[in-house]
Design a protein around this ligand. Structure first.
Ligand SMILES: [Zn+2]
Length: 526
């Protein structure tokens, strides 16, 4: 049995416990503090001798003459006690976690007082897994306080475990491993990174599935296509020569500029609080659901209108450029490659997105009234789009719509911005009529401010359509009775595998939903 070196831990642990208690070091999520305290308050002396070849060698030289143990940074020439040259260094190396505990300052040139050490110590944030809170995090804090007189970092973000779709641990024997390299080949590094980040909600494990990564790739495509459209349309336009003072703003412009400021604030606040997933969700919904789907579409009305004056057109180009430059920067931490690539094509910006300043809120663009008005316009368009989908009207086909407003304010609003509605809902005619009575064969949609009518007589042969729908209804009802019979058969329920039964139940629900839709459709045609 050989003799081993130990470190007395209590005197090191005490200041490290206080550093967390006093809030000098914060755990995120905070619940992990308990794990830290549990370890630290029950700490034992640490055996640091390892009988390995690889590692920091223990800096003790045994005097072969007097037996004195010489501890030095550099190999000593002679025994400090008797002057003998016959010295032998301890053959053991330090526990790897001992070396790792020194990492925050040993990598910066310590014990020299280097400019790097001066500048980077302490750092802001350590990101790591919960399983090494004691082995690594706690020991870095203890060593930092001991040798540097200060904590090594202020925030410790404990990240989630990545599990499979059903929450099971990934393992080769289960065959449920999603290999990141395969995913990068298939969907791109940005899609994988965005997926993991958007699923990172504090205190919850990540349930990863390939379909999630695929939908992030679709998001990347959406941004790519939107920016390509924008770049094409602002070609030759010089944003630096354009003064914001000369902006002539339409409702949609005021709305998107206001929403952009709110998103800057939300994303910045989320990131400051390490709400990485929430911030990603905000960006996804804003970029896709508001900017691409609405503003870019609306901008076409101005850009393609030959009667529109150039100051309006330039204003829209300026806003497309400005909002693009903001969303690319906000998205950059999540999708570094695609945002940098697009940034390189954007005029009048810094040479690289990575050195460009983080967007700041511009209070003068915040406009709650415009946001509320735009919400009603968008709601109106959504109701019409739903009617079109329910009535199975082809995407290109233009329809007539009559709005029956409940109040004058809404009535004026849709009158003023009917051009948006006509364009976004593909209308041939848009009428506002507070006294409108529903004729036969007319679809109706309802929103809080109005009823919306879509007369179908000109669009379809109502009699033929009713006959077709009734036939389909009968087919669906036959399917429902077939599945119901199967599910009430105890023999089937008992003998069939669970997932087969589940599949039948899902089928039944789906058929019932289809039945409901056809019945509503038939009511609209009556
Ligand atoms: Zn000696």
């Amino acid at each position: 049995l050989s003799e081993q070196w130990f470190v007395k831990m209590k005197p090191l642990a005490e200041p490290a416990i206080n550093a967390v208690k006093e809030g000098k070091v914060r755990f995120i999520p905070k619940t992990w503090e308990k794990v830290y305290y549990d370890w630290m308050e029950n700490i034992r002396d640490w055996c640091i001798s390892r009988q390995l070849w690889w590692g920091h060698r223990i800096p003790i030289w045994y005097c072969q003459d007097c037996g004195h143990m010489n501890a030095f940074v550099e190999p000593p020439e002679a025994c400090e006690k008797c002057g003998s040259n016959d010295l032998l260094q301890d053959p053991d190396v330090l526990d790897t976690w001992f070396s790792s505990a020194l990492w925050p300052f040993s990598t910066l040139g310590w014990p020299e007082k280097t400019p790097d050490l001066e500048y980077y110590y302490p750092t802001d944030l350590l990101v790591t897994g919960f399983d090494i809170i004691f082995f690594w995090v706690a020991r870095m804090i203890m060593m930092g306080l001991k040798f540097m007189g200060d904590v090594p970092f202020y925030d410790v973000y404990i990240h989630a475990l990545v599990r499979d779709e059903e929450g099971k641990k990934m393992s080769k024997s289960f065959g449920n491993v999603i290999d990141p390299l395969d995913m990068i080949d298939k969907y791109g590094a940005d899609a994988l990174r965005f997926t993991l980040a958007s699923l990172a909600v504090q205190g919850r494990d990540i349930k990863l599935s390939e379909s999630r990564i695929e939908s992030s790739k679709n998001f990347a495509n959406k941004i790519w296509n939107a920016l390509r459209f924008i770049l094409m349309n602002i070609k030759g336009f010089d944003p630096s020569a354009f003064s914001e003072e000369s902006l002539v703003l339409d409702l949609a412009d005021r709305w998107i500029l206001s929403r952009t400021q709110k998103v800057i604030k939300e994303v910045t606040d989320f990131l400051n609080g390490y709400y990485v997933g929430e911030s990603a969700k905000t960006l996804y919904e804003f970029i896709w659901g508001e900017f691409c789907d609405w503003y870019v579409e609306i901008s076409k009305a101005t850009l393609y209108d030959s009667t529109e004056d150039s100051i309006r057109k330039d204003g829209v180009k300026y806003i497309l450029w400005k909002v693009s430059s903001i969303i690319l920067r906000l998205l950059h931490p999540y999708m570094p490659f695609i945002t940098e690539e697009l940034w390189q094509h954007l005029p009048c910006v810094q040479e690289s997105i990575v050195i460009s300043p983080w967007p700041e809120v511009d209070e003068k663009f915040i406009n709650d009234v415009a946001e509320e008005k735009m919400k009603y316009i968008m709601d109106t368009v959504r109701v019409i789009r739903n009617l079109r989908a329910e009535m199975e009207i082809k995407p290109g086909e233009k329809v007539k719509v009559v709005v029956k407003p409940h109040d004058a304010e809404y009535s004026e609003l849709v009158k003023e911005y009917e051009k948006y509605i006509i364009r976004l809902a593909s209308l041939s005619e848009f009428q506002i009529d507070p006294t409108y009575e529903r004729p036969k064969g007319c679809a109706v949609g309802v929103m809080d401010k109005a009823e919306i009518f879509m007369p179908l007589g000109d669009l379809i042969d109502i009699e033929k359509e009713v006959a077709r729908l009734k036939l389909r209804l009968q087919e669906v009802m036959d399917e429902i009775s077939r599945v119901e019979a199967k599910l009430s058969n105890t023999d089937f329920i008992e003998k069939a595998p669970q997932h087969v039964v589940e599949k039948e139940r899902a089928k039944l629900q789906e058929f019932q939903e289809i039945k409901g839709r056809i019945e509503r459709h038939l009511e609209q045609l009556a």
